[in-house]
Ligand binder design. Structure first.
Ligand code: BGC
Length: 825
């Protein structure tokens, strides 16, 4: 594989017009003033779109409003703008202040993985003078309290700071990366984990999480697939709600509750070619049908804040986009929290080329609806002049300040500004069972072939000599994934630790050989690994990506096992010993060789603090695997973007053997000539140590009158049911999935879409009838006017254990005239 190379980020603001002749300057100033006035009015009009209802009732509380107004009246412009800016903790370390912080520093601070860490501003002075409203990357109760005392004790109006952090999959006790959590298809579990991390982090004064990332990602090349729930809008929306419930609960002011920041608004996950920070361009139908539902679900669940994305959407950068921030977010969805920009995203409007100077960037972002400027240093430096000259009305500033103050009041920060409870400084022993369960539920069994007549897994309990091989077999730091919070390496259980203990208990033994590094070319360690396998009964290979190969700025053009890990796998497999492959990754990888030659494969993502124990429990069968893929695994990179809910096209390749190159009869279809269209491991797929059978897939009605469908937005229009039976010989959990196809609509619809799922645990021989209510929400689509609707169309429903479910039932939505013609009343 080509080694990853980091391109030098081009984050220098574009030069201003200082060298231009005077005339050009004058023309520019007049033109700017005119354009500004028009644009401001336009943007304000967009923002002022009537709000139907407030998305978060707590933020709309009249008592809160009175407090906000009383404060606002007393604030100077400088103090108002202070609430709208956010800075890093630049620390006391001169190196850090110079912007040279390392990506992670478990010694006390989490630092951003961004290239710009400091603005050479004295954060302490800003806090003490009311010129900063929130901070990021301030970790540890001592530091948050130190800054908070400056704000509360010294600043004129004593407005507390809000401390935010990227607590994405755990604070000190780390659970699987979000893509792994999505593989659990267990929203209750996600809620419990989020509550746990909120409780941990708030003991250090952090009351605001930059999570959940709800960007739909259909392209595995994009590294941030690791941080989201994968490719599907329904699963993504369900997970989005689960995160918000866990972080915020019913009442933001409760100790241990935090405000969520839903990110990155909008459609950041559709970066073209999977390249980080790159542009997204899509129809409004696709935007509304496939990308917006998780953000909308989070807003409906009461998310207190939203983060604007780095990307341009259909040509307009999301951080200055009145259409998505004003019309959709505030106007249609009634969002009444605040919007924070992504890191230096206001400044990046210069690089996008839609602003020629910082003043324009600040004006465009604020008037479009970005309330808080994260790290650009543009709102505090540019807005005073813009407000004084009338280019930005004070009312726009006031409204942004109100939104920030409402959240601070709702969080109870004025009453309890400081870190609460005993500070959590290490993984919490009582939290280990929950994060272990999460890791167990997140891991997906992709393959489990029979060896000598029986499936290779689970391993029998008897004595065995196990060879553990691979760079991820004994590396604590690499178990946590892209956003390891403030997790500490010594708290992490590696696979080697856990398997050694298990093997010894069973009277067996474990030998470990690293074999190679994650991204190495040298084969010096291969012989030791091959010998270890030869001397053992079974080889367990822990291979895959490093934490840093996914997550932000982790786009890859090759999706194979990095370095020479595949050669190591081939060398070990050549010994003829049974091989179990554990794949660590923040995205779907191309596992075509392994799928053909390795009998058992687990996708383990990055499991977190309890990685080793969870993997051991699955290998030994204490727990039966139940994870299901939230993203399609491709056969070749060239299939990307690959997703199950594709369109049929005019030349569907159904019924053709796509594993063979085309001949005259099979060529002119929507297909590749060199690879099948299908995923190697499809969305929703995952094996168990038991088996499940499906019967009696039915719908409760054969027809639904269209008028009734259009009039009943919230109540079920019909129910789809199936009976699922555990046909194996052990208790196990299945994720029952319901897919729907809508045929005959005025807009082409996908071949199927997920519209319901349920985790079901069954004893051997036990059956359960599972019911999926289908409402307007599940059955509607967006028409050419971008309106969600239903038409008189035909529907097929499938219920089963993956997106390949093949047992179906059918119903129709019928118009009155059609009903009459068919003689039904
Ligand atoms: C990322 C965000 C993150 C922010 C703060 C940005 O670079 O895109 O997801 O929350 O930094 O660290």
């Amino acid at each position: 594989m080509t080694p990853l190379k980091a391109d030098a980020p081009n984050l220098k603001p574009a030069q201003g017009l200082e060298k231009n002749p005077r005339l050009r300057t004058l023309i520019y100033v007049y033109a700017l003033a005119l354009v500004t006035a028009v644009l401001s009015l336009h943007a304000i009009a967009q923002q002022a779109a009537p709000i139907k209802h407030a998305s978060n009732a707590q933020l709309a509380d009249p008592g809160t409003e009175a407090r906000v107004e009383s404060l606002l009246k007393r604030m100077t412009l400088e103090e108002k703008l202070g609430q709208l800016v956010q800075y890093n903790d630049t620390g006391d370390d001169p190196d850090a202040q110079a912007g040279n912080q390392k990506p992670t520093d478990n010694g006390g601070v989490i630092v951003a993985i961004n290239p710009v860490t400091a603005n050479h501003l004295d954060a302490k002075q800003l806090a003490a003078t009311g010129r900063m409203g929130s901070m990021l990357n301030t970790i540890g109760a001592a530091r948050t309290d130190m800054y908070q005392h400056l704000a509360v004790d010294k600043s004129r109006l004593h407005i507390p700071l809000l401390f935010g952090a990227d607590v994405i999959h755990g604070y000190r006790t780390i659970y699987p990366i979000p893509l792994g959590l999505a593989s659990s298809w267990d929203p209750q579990l996600v809620t419990a984990l989020c509550r746990m991390s909120a409780e941990e982090a708030s003991t250090a004064g952090v009351r605001w999480f930059y999570s959940p990332m709800v960007d739909i990602s259909r392209d595995a090349r994009w590294g941030r697939t690791a941080e989201g729930a994968g490719e599907d809008a329904y699963l993504g929306a369900t997970m989005a709600r689960a995160y918000i419930r866990g972080y915020q609960g019913d009442d933001l002011s409760q100790p241990g509750h935090v405000a969520a920041s839903v990110k990155h608004f909008a459609a950041y996950g559709a970066a073209q070619a999977g390249r980080e920070y790159y542009t997204t361009d899509m129809s409004e139908i696709t935007l509304r049908q496939d990308y917006l539902p998780p953000y909308k679900a989070a807003v409906e669940e009461g998310a207190a804040t939203m983060m604007s994305a780095f990307n341009a959407l259909n040509g307009v950068p999301s951080t200055a986009n009145p259409f998505i921030l004003g019309k959709i977010l505030r106007g249609e969805w009634g969002f009444n929290g605040f919007v924070v920009s992504d890191y230096t995203a206001v400044m990046e409007l210069l690089n996008h080329g839609i602003a020629l100077d910082p003043a324009t960037a600040a004006r465009k972002a604020l008037t479009a609806g970005v309330d808080v400027d994260m790290m650009s240093h543009f709102y505090d430096s540019q807005l005073p002049a813009l407000v004084h000259s009338g280019q930005v009305p004070m009312s726009v500033v006031d409204e942004a300040v109100r939104r920030v103050l409402r959240v601070k009041i709702a969080l109870g920060l004025f009453e309890h500004p400081y870190a609460q409870g005993k500070e959590v400084t290490a993984a919490v022993p009582e939290h280990r069972p929950l994060v272990r369960k999460a890791a167990e539920e997140s891991i997906v069994l992709l393959k489990n072939d029979k060896i000598a007549g029986a499936p290779l897994l689970p391993l029998s309990a008897g004595p065995k000599k196990i060879a553990l091989i691979g760079p991820l077999g004994d590396d604590a730091a690499e178990m946590v994934g892209a956003w390891g919070g403030a997790g500490r390496d010594p708290d992490i259980i590696t696979i080697r630790q856990a398997l050694e203990e298990r093997a010894q208990k069973a009277g067996g033994a474990l030998v470990y050989a690293k074999g190679t590094g994650i991204d190495d070319a040298s084969q010096a360690g291969f012989a030791e690994a091959v010998n270890a396998a030869q001397d053992s009964d079974i080889a367990v290979l822990a291979l895959g990506e490093s934490n840093a190969m996914s997550g932000e700025a982790g786009s890859r053009a090759y999706l194979d096992l990095p370095g020479n890990q595949e050669q190591l796998l081939e060398a070990v497999a050549a010994t003829g010993k049974p091989v179990v492959l554990l794949v660590f990754s923040g995205r779907p990888l191309v596992l075509d060789w392994a799928a053909q030659h390795v009998p058992a494969i687990f996708e383990v993502w990055f499991p977190g603090t309890e990685a080793g124990n969870a993997i051991a429990n699955l290998l030994y069968g204490d727990v039966s695997p139940s994870g299901k893929l939230p993203m399609s695994f491709p056969r070749a990179v060239g299939q990307e973007p690959l997703y199950y809910n594709q369109f049929p096209t005019g030349r569907p390749a159904t019924g053709i053997d796509l594993s063979k190159p085309p001949n005259g009869d099979t060529r002119f279809f929507s297909r590749y000539i060199d690879v099948p269209n299908s995923a190697l491991f499809p969305f929703g797929f995952g094996l168990s140590y038991s088996n499940f059978g499906y019967q009696d897939v039915k719908v409760s009605k054969a027809t639904i009158p269209l008028a009734q469908a259009l009039a009943n937005r919230g109540t079920p229009l019909l129910e789809a049911t199936a009976t699922v039976t555990n046909t194996g010989n052990r208790t196990a959990t299945e994720v029952v999935q319901c897919y729907v196809r809508n045929l005959g609509a005025s807009v082409e619809q996908p071949v199927r879409s997920l519209e319901g799922f349920e985790r079901v645990t069954l004893a051997p021989g036990e059956s359960k009838q599972v019911t999926f209510p289908l409402r307007f929400n599940e059955l509607s689509f967006y028409n050419v006017d971008h309106v969600a609707t239903m038409e008189a169309t035909d529907y097929t429903v499938w219920i089963g254990g993956s997106s390949l479910a093949d047992q179906e039932a059918n119903f129709k939505v019928v118009a009155e005239t059609q009903r009459a013609a068919e003689g039904r009343h």
